[in-house]
Design a protein around this ligand. Structure first.
Ligand code: C2E
Ligand code: CA
Ligand code: CA
Length: 963
């Protein structure tokens, strides 16, 4: 066993070390032939990169494959080619003008290609005027006789001289320096600086052999026959390949003359086949039209194309001689002869494809839809399909409809119109097969009535057409037609992508909608923020409060049932003072800070809102059991009694009002207004805390009733002026009167001011009422003065609201000027409480300014209700009023109380010492009169003398007393 392995191992080693046969070495050597050539551009030439080019070269390479040999190319330009071959320097010779029949050589059986010879003239040379043209040619390539023979077609003998050249270099030079006017050359690559003038002839190239090379010639001939059996038109195809830009268009003088005489050609063209050929707004369009336009441009002619709507109509009218040309004619001479037409070479090749229903198998003997009167139908459909299986239609579109609707299984249509037809007409059930079933050339048909020269011209032009330009016309038209239906076609062709795009579009729309909604929501939020926010502090406002209260009240249901739920209103006492002292932002910031502090300190704060004028704060309190609202208010205000305004620690006092939220459905507006009105009351009564009660409710109801009636009442003159006389206590003479308002209301009866003036003070209506009174009094006095009747000074009450009223002084001045009453005849009674904010220097100065101004306008002034408010010595000192009206309350008190008596005495003395007239109100008894007289009071007013009376009564009264 061990030995066997050893033997195998040795054998393997031996095999491995033995030299392996080399494939290449054993292959038979490929025979190589040296091919001599003369460079003919486009046929056989070597370019700058060392690569061979041209149809001749391609032909030989193809031949080499068939022959199993190799060709080695040797450039024989500038040599004697025949000598080179005969001397054996090359084995074969190509590209010579030596033609078959020359006994010195053997010639290949077939020509390997033909190149045209062309006459080109140097630019600027006019052959008609130039007396003699010197034309050069390469003598080794072209035969002088052949050129001479053909040139006679263009130029009369004696008009030109042919000059042989050995190479292109010298020839080019002479063209450039003007020695030569023309050149005879191959047409594939015209010389620069020359214009083609005429085509001479096509000369054939053969392979030349030495006479003794019969075997080689026979071998290559055999191989060539094999090759041409497969590709009979190989030389033609290869030559065509060279014509990338199309052949040069060289027209003879008679051709040019014919065109000049026939610049407009009556024509027909196919309808209804976009993008191949169709009409749009009477204009012919499509691929064929693009090519026709080139032809028109090149030849300087116009095809006047008449629109037709069907092929039947077209051919009927064509046969009737309505046109001389049919622009896209099926390339079929039989068809042409039937219609008495001549045909050009095809300028376009179209292929036909089958259209069938998508995802459906085509039956073995399908029904085919075919257009009537179409040569294609005859050439293809009727030839390959039994008559029973043909459904005739008018147009390609009708054919597709028939397939789509199941009346036919297939239709054959031009591939360039298939897709467009499907998309344009929405035949989405249909699909074009890529199998080409038929190929057809499109030619121009020219009536036999026309000179055939036109066909020859058109053929030159068709050969001249740039194949790439034709292809790009097809691409362009196809793109344009499919673009028209691009969306639909896209959906059709790319269902998955379309779905994706749809989803994307949907998403984009969704995002858009969401964005809009978001913007809207933000917008609404912003609107509601503005609507619900007090701008300076950023706190919520009353509107917000009213919107939030119902829910907040519901949430605090148990506290409400227990009576622990309160709507509270808070204001700062003497807010005007802080406002005049601190900036708005500092105030706002400080209060907001206090509110936040209170909210954290007292967890029973539920809602907080600020009134629009920022004078009051509303808050919902859900108080813990056992904590009375008054106590709660105390806790809150105590905590916030010293607060910083900026850097200044300031002591603040507050008014607080509270309204218990009733059970049952709360009227929110009423609740807020109750809190607000109670707060007003707390302010008026200068109370730190006021709880809304039943009586207030009635008063508030009354107030709101009055408020609604008041404006109308003013307009309807329901307010009237009553006069209460003022007396000299010592002499009992009439010294003046006070105008007192009365409201004769049709709804409420006669109301004294005590019933309404307070309400009007609160809602500001008192201001208007005062002007009304002032006006009446002024007119009353003016009227009496005009009538020469005696008058006494009349005092008019001025609400405290005037102090803060904008334009008060201006209006008072205007009134004074308007009536021009003697100074002091109208006395203005201002309550001392009007100047309650008499603390700061500014406030004092402004009060003083008001009084001084009123005096300067001619008004007397009285300090009303003296001893009821915060009257201070300082105020008396600062406000130089004419009179002091001592309130009835102190008189009443003084009658029984010694302290009050002493105060009354002091007040009277003080007034007297300030040179003020002292009057006491409400004197009802003689005892009171005596008391006052004893104390030094000069004047009096009261029922003891006279009650307030109507104007007429007062006038009578004056008549009696002022006699
Ligand atoms: P007032 O300015 O203190 O007016 C004096 C009030 O005392 C008047 O009440 C008058 O009728 C009343 N009176 C006069 N003599 C006696 C008396 O002997 N005994 C008693 N018990 N009362 C007497 P009236 O007219 O009801 O006016 C009440 C208040 O209404 C006035 O108090 C005044 O503050 C206000 N008022 C009246 N008319 C006007 C007005 O046109 N404008 C403004 N802003 N307030 C007015
Ligand atoms: Ca008064
Ligand atoms: Ca008074």
């Amino acid at each position: 066993m061990k030995r066997l392995f050893l033997a195998l191992f040795v054998l393997l080693c031996l095999l491995a070390s033995a030299p392996l046969p080399r494939a290449a070495a054993d292959e038979p050597a490929v025979p190589t032939y040296r091919v001599g050539y003369i460079s003919v551009p486009g046929f056989l030439t070597k370019d700058a990169d060392g690569h061979y080019r041209g149809s001749g070269y391609e032909y030989l390479e193809q031949l080499a494959i068939y022959a199993g040999c190799r060709f080695e190319y040797i450039d024989l330009s500038h040599t004697n080619t025949s000598m080179e071959l005969l001397a054996g320097n090359v084995d074969l010779l190509i590209g010579s003008t030596i033609q078959p029949g020359d006994p010195r050589f053997l010639f290949s059986e077939h020509s390997i290609g033909r190149t045209p010879l062309q006459i080109s003239l140097a630019s600027g040379v006019n052959p008609e005027t130039q007396s003699s043209l010197r034309i050069g040619y390469i003598s080794d390539v072209y035969s002088r006789d052949a050129i001479d023979h053909q040139l006679a077609r263009f130029l009369p003998p004696g008009r030109y001289a042919l000059l042989p050249y050995a190479d292109y270099q010298a020839l080019d030079q002479d063209i450039e320096n003007g020695t030569l006017q023309g050149i005879a050359n191959d047409s594939l690559h015209p010389q620069t600086g020359t214009q083609p003038y005429g085509n001479l002839y096509l000369f054939s190239h053969y392979i030349l052999y030495r006479p003794d090379e019969t075997a080689l010639k026979d071998h290559l001939d055999d191989v060539t026959n094999d090759m041409l059996t497969v590709t009979p038109f190989l030389p033609y195809l290869l030559a065509k390949r060279q014509e990338q830009k199309g052949a040069p268009l060289i027209l003879t003088p008679d051709e040019r003359a014919w065109l000049a005489a026939h610049s407009h050609i009556r024509a027909f063209a196919s309808p209804n086949q976009p993008p191949y050929a169709y009409f749009e707004n009477g204009e012919h369009k499509g691929v064929t039209q693009d090519i026709l336009s080139r032809i028109e441009h090149d030849l300087g002619i116009t095809f006047d194309i008449t629109e037709t709507s069907t092929n039947e109509e077209l051919f009927r009218r064509l046969d009737d001689g309505e046109a001389d040309v049919m622009c896209d004619f099926f390339f079929d001479y039989n068809w042409a002869h039937e219609h008495h037409m001549m045909l050009t070479n095809p300028y376009l090749t179209v292929t036909y494809v089958l259209v069938h229903r998508r995802n459906e198998d085509i039956p073995s003997s399908p029904v085919i839809a075919a257009p009537r009167s179409r040569n294609f139908t005859r050439q293809y459909v009727e030839r390959y399909y039994p008559e029973k299986d043909i459904r005739y239609c008018d147009t390609d579109e009708d054919c597709l409809r028939a397939v789509s609707e199941g009346q036919a299984d297939i239709a054959a249509v031009k591939s360039i119109i298939a897709q467009a037809l499907i998309y344009r007409n929405g035949f989405f059930r249909l699909e074009a097969d890529n199998t080409v079933v038929y190929t057809q050339g499109t030619s121009i048909a020219v009536s036999e009535r026309i000179d055939p020269i036109f066909v020859r011209i058109l053929n030159k032009e068709i050969a001249h057409l740039d194949p790439t330009a034709i292809q790009s016309a097809i691409n362009e038209e196809t793109r344009a037609t499919t673009e028209q239906t691009s969306l639909v076609s896209y959906l059709y062709r790319h269902p998955i992508e379309s779905l994706g795009i749809l989803v994307l579009i949907f998403l984009a729309l969704l995002v858009g909608v969401l964005l809009v909604l978001r913007i809207r929501r933000n917008h609404l939020a912003e609107i509601s923020r503005i609507a619900y926010t007090e701008p300076v502090t950023g706190l919520h406002n009353e509107r917000w409060l009213e919107s939030q209260l119902p829910d907040a009240i519901d949430r605090a249901q148990s506290a409400r049932v227990d009576g622990r739920l309160y709507l509270v209103a808070i204001c700062v006492r003497q807010m005007a003072y802080y406002r005049s002292t601190y900036s708005r932002s500092v105030l706002a910031e400080s209060f907001v800070h206090e509110i936040q502090r209170a909210q954290t300190a007292f967890p029973w704060f539920r809602l907080v809102a600020l009134s629009g004028d920022r004078t009051r704060l509303y808050t919902l309190w859900e108080l813990p059991a056992g904590l009375a609202p008054e106590q709660a208010a105390q806790q809150v205000t105590e905590g916030a009694s010293v607060i910083p305004f900026g850097d200044v620690m300031t002591r603040i006092r507050y008014h607080v009002s509270a309204v218990q939220v009733p059970n049952g459905r709360p009227d929110i507006a009423k609740l807020v207004s109750a809190a607000s009105t109670t707060l007003d009351l707390a302010r008026t009564e200068n109370q730190p805390f006021l709880l809304f009660n039943q009586q207030m409710e009635e008063e508030f109801a009354w107030a709101s009733h009055l408020e609604t009636l008041a404006p109308k009442a003013l307009a309807r003159q329901e307010f009237s002026v009553w006069y209460q006389p003022k007396y000299d206590l010592a002499t009992h003479t009439l010294v003046g009167a006070e105008a007192l308002v009365r409201w004769q209301s049709p709804e409420l009866g006669l109301l004294p001011p005590s019933r309404f003036i307070e309400v009007f003070e609160r809602n500001g209506f008192a201001v208007r009422l005062d002007y009304y009174m002032l006006g009446h009094v002024a007119r009353f006095l003016e009227d009496r003065l005009r009538r020469g009747l005696p008058v006494v000074p009349i005092s008019v009450n001025q609400s405290a609201l005037h102090i803060g009223e904008g334009g008060y002084l201006r209006k008072m001045k205007e009134t004074a000027e308007a009536y021009g009453l003697p100074a002091g005849l109208i006395d203005l009674e201002v309550t001392e409480t009007a100047f309650v904010d008499f603390k700061t220097k500014e406030a004092r100065e402004s009060s003083r300014h008001i009084i001084d101004s009123l005096k300067s306008y001619g008004y007397a002034t009285s300090m009303d209700d003296f001893c009821t408010g915060y009257s201070s010595i300082a105020m008396l000192q600062n406000l130089p009023m004419d009179s002091m009206k001592i309130d009835r309350s102190i008189l009443l008190a003084a009658e029984h109380d010694d302290r009050a008596l002493r105060i009354l005495r002091s007040v009277i003395q003080l007034g007297a010492s300030l040179d003020m007239k002292i009057l006491c109100e409400g004197i009802e008894t003689e005892a009171q009169e005596k008391l006052l007289k004893d104390l030094g009071c000069t004047y009096g007013q009261g029922y003891l003398y006279a009650k307030p009376m109507k104007q007429e009564e007062f006038e009578e009264f004056m008549e009696k007393h002022l006699a």
